[in-house]
Ligand binder design. Structure first.
Ligand code: PLP
Length: 465
């Protein structure tokens, strides 16, 4: 494996970014006086400093320095129609003008309408809204434990289920031989993660072995149908169906975390396209059409764990801003739009995603650098808008597990996570940790813009290696 030293290139890129973005640099410096690292979400804070955005429409955004930047990060991959889609902004503007939208702590008809819509689109029986995916996965795990009377929870290494304490294990890959078995935050009492078993994603034999070892004390298995932070790796149909069968056989619940995948491949969950019905599912990101809303949805008898009928057993309180009227309205008009235009939206997203993946790979190949994009879902015929760019050391590296994409012996992690993003940012393209997604607001011209930017970045990287 070639071990490249990118320090000179990173310094040059940082200086170039600073020279062309003095206003963002100044805002960042000021921000660091009061905000940890200058912001409120770690991964948005691209080093040495992120572009400070003043405006975002569709596939593009403008920063403090007046750069027009192609945005493929698209709100943590939440945006299906791009930033500020008119269908949502028009509905919100009308509502605000009519005195509806920022009242909170009340109940209204809107959340009932949205609940019915999401349940119909996702084949769920009951739903409760929250304000984040982290809260939703936390409540889902509590309900699974309460419903089954069991305590062990299984997740896959590389799976990110938000910053809720119980699942902050097995997220980051550690090179000291620990792999995905480590705990991912300081300050966590070990009692919170002791009963979390970490299995290997897309490894059917390991799943069978893990269930054989501890299946009868398993409350639930929580899985993303496509790993997001874990490398944008699609689960195979075989793996998801096996997960379903093993959960059923052992009396454990299957929780599908559809935060990224929900409404991104069709107007519903990705699990359904694999023919896999979860007991509970988590939705968010795209669900809100740009507004903060997430949800736990699933079988009525499990969701009843949060209800009054037998006493409030799981403290699924939702939170002060849960089912916020602006979010409910945005989600409703957005989902109605997705469902009503499914046959136009999803093929377009799939075509753009495929073009982005092949464009990036080809641009790097021209410079003699091997790049491989994950994000495709090979076994189902829905196309995929997702992309993460990897730099394997060798053609033979198979990028179907998070172990492969985070192992420095198999992939160039520094190039993917530090150099690539900055090299594209100075070309006015924004991705984070090489992750991106197409939206319907993107065009073939945008794909060409991305490909050209990759071509220049690749040439520059090749010159320095
Ligand atoms: C699969 C998955 N689950 C849960 C979460 C947490 O959601 P939130 O950031 O809304 O808390 C995320 C966020 O990126 C996610 O990708």
């Amino acid at each position: 494996m070639a071990d490249y030293d990118y320090s000179v290139l990173l310094t040059q890129l940082g200086a170039e970014h600073h020279n062309r973005s003095p206003k963002s640099a100044a805002v960042h410096e000021e921000a660091c006086r009061h905000l940890i690292d200058g912001g409120s979400h770690g991964i948005r804070l691209i080093e040495p400093f992120p572009p400070r955005i003043t405006e975002a429409t569709g596939g593009w955004m403008v920063d403090e320095d007046g750069h027009r930047i192609l945005d493929l990060w698209q709100g943590h991959m939440a945006n299906i129609l791009g930033h500020n889609p008119q269908v949502v902004t028009t509905a919100l503007s009308r509502a605000f003008a009519g005195g509806f939208g920022t009242q909170s702590g009340l109940v209204d008809a809107l959340q009932a309408e949205l609940a019915a819509l999401v349940c119909r689109l996702t084949s769920s029986e009951r739903i409760r809204f929250t304000t984040s995916g982290s809260l939703s996965t936390m409540y889902a795990v509590l309900m699974a434990r309460s419903f089954t009377g069991r305590s062990t929870v299984m997740k896959a290494g590389g799976g990110w289920h938000g910053a809720q304490p119980m699942l902050l294990k097995g997220v980051a890959y550690r090179e000291d031989g620990v792999g995905f078995e480590g705990v991912d935050s300081k300050g966590l009492p070990s009692a919170l993660t002791d009963r979390i078993v970490v299995t290997s994603y897309n490894d059917p034999q390991r799943l069978v072995d893990d269930f054989n070892r501890g299946g009868d004390d398993m409350a639930c298995l929580i899985l993303e149908p496509m790993l997001g932070a874990g490398g944008t790796i699609a689960a195979t149909t075989e793996y998801l169906r096996l997960a379903r069968d093993l959960c059923t056989k052992h009396g454990a619940l299957l929780i599908l975390d559809e935060m990224i995948t929900g409404f991104r491949f069709h107007a519903g969950g990705l699990g359904a396209l694999h023919g896999v019905a979860p007991d509970l599912a988590i939705y968010g990101k795209a669900l809100g059409g740009g507004m903060p809303v997430a949800a736990v949805a699933g079988r009525a008898e499990i969701m009843a764990e949060a209800g009054r009928a037998t006493g409030p057993r799981v403290a699924f309180s939702g939170g002060t801003y849960s089912a916020h009227p602006s979010s409910m309205l945005a989600a409703k008009v957005f989902l109605e739009h997705l469902a009503g235009h499914e046959s136009e939206i999803y093929p377009k997203l799939g075509t753009l995603g495929e073009a982005m993946r092949t464009g990036c790979e080809a641009a790097f190949a021209e410079a003699g650098i091997l790049a491989r994009c994950t994000g495709a879902v090979d076994e189902i015929d829905c196309g995929s808008s997702m992309v993460t760019v990897h730099f394997p050391h060798d053609q033979r590296v198979s990028l179907d597990t998070p172990e492969a994409v985070f192992d420095p012996d198999r992939c160039d992690i520094e190039l993917r996570e530090k150099v690539f993003g900055l090299a594209l940012l100075v070309e006015d393209v924004h991705l984070i940790l090489a992750h991106g997604a197409a939206s319907t607001a993107h065009t073939d011209e945008d794909v060409a813009f991305l490909t050209d930017a990759c071509r220049r970045a690749a040439a520059r990287i090749a010159r320095q290696r």
